[in-house]
Ligand binder design. Sequence first.
Ligand code: LRH
Length: 490
Amino acid sequence: MNVLAYDLGASSGRALLGRLTHSKIEVEEVHRFSNEPVKVGERLQWDILRLYHEIKQGLLKTKHLRAELQSLAIDSWAVDFGLIGQNGELLGNPYHYRDRHTHGVMESMFQSIPKEYIFQRTGIQFLPFNTIYQLAAMKQADSPLLKEASRFLMIPDLLRYFLTGEMLNEFTNATSTQLYNPVTGDWDRELIQRVGVSDSWFDRVADPGTEAGRIRSSVMTDLGVPSIPVLAVAEHDTASAVAAVPALDRSFAYLSCGTWSLMGTEVERPVINEETLRFNFTNEGGIGRSFRLLKNIMGLWIVQELKREWERAGVEYSFTEIVRLAEEAPAFAAFIDPDDELFLHAGDMRSRIRQYCRKTEQQLPDGPGELARCIFESLALKYRYILELTEKLSNQRFNGLHMVGGGINNALLCQWTADSVGKPVWAGPAEGSAIGNLAVQWIAQGVFSDIWEARQVIRSSFPMTTYEPSDREAWEDAYGRFRQIAGLAD
Ligand code: LRH
């Protein structure tokens, strides 16, 4: 049974063809493409039509493989969206969540809508780029789009709409907006109205696994493809990645490691209380109406930005080289809190890291190895802090940590994570989101009875590398210093 998964990340996208043979999943990458946002003036926007073009290219390439598809589905990064006008056309280009138009909007919103009220109703962490603040920023700027809009679609909803002509909002992604109420199981219409936009744009929310239409006739004619079903899966990429965690135990911790690091656990009901609010944890929707109690950690973004910066200066380093240089640099020389707002937007990471270190009276990392080592060690230390909080907030003890996503190709980071958290790290699969996307399509088709059966098959289909903790004393000492420097001490 062949199915096609499109997984769009903040810097690249891919289409994976999934086949099931003898209860094993086989995947073949049929298309890979870059996803480069475009800056026009001060505004950073997604090139959404190019992404749609690449989706069609993926369909063409699959056709050339003569692989008969049962269905396809799309997942992507969360929070970003497009607005649809009265005539059914997309209004403008979706903003990139790292665009600066949301700067200060969250804080100013708290003056009219209390923070506690928002958290009580949504259970979602406060990130300045959440959809709610993007809409409020557009409102403050008196965006003409808001006057024309008749529907709100998140990125995968939007691309699915282009393919099928049908509009539908998907559950896991809907929760990431901070406009969805997990207790009532619907958009929080009161909150939406208080933000000042029309709640009529927000329609029925569909569960992962729902058939959301079929390839429309114009696409069939243009590409010469049949009208296969297009499914809504766990369309938030992190939800798909968590769906693919090959856990045996129902109580498990995960780290989805890519541009972002998302760390947490799966829970049956959202955990909305003073503690989760205090530590800014989130309760995003998962598959089977579970919730992902987790926290965003800035992740490999800082290194990706450094790499781009070096490229602009004419120096090319591969990730393998960066990791090797980090390994050769002196240990525990300087730490940053990767989640400091300094590192959120694109720009000169070298000077921001040095600025952070100057402010906290540390040595200033200089060359690529020192800078990369500072980032990787700081990430590993932040992982320990968040893992301990996850245990506390969910009232569980984990005997290891599952790592999925492209970041697991960095064996040094996996090892340092194990050393820092003092528990084994089980790494794999690297294409977590795409595999979770495939798995939900197979659940929808009745091939797997539920996500737990899918997780078992994923476990037996993909390699998993175990990293045992080592060097504990040095990491324990580093953790104490890191907490002081990052202001995370008790
Ligand atoms: C990871 C991710 C994450 C969101 C961010 C916008 O790709 O979806 O879960 O917080 O992008």
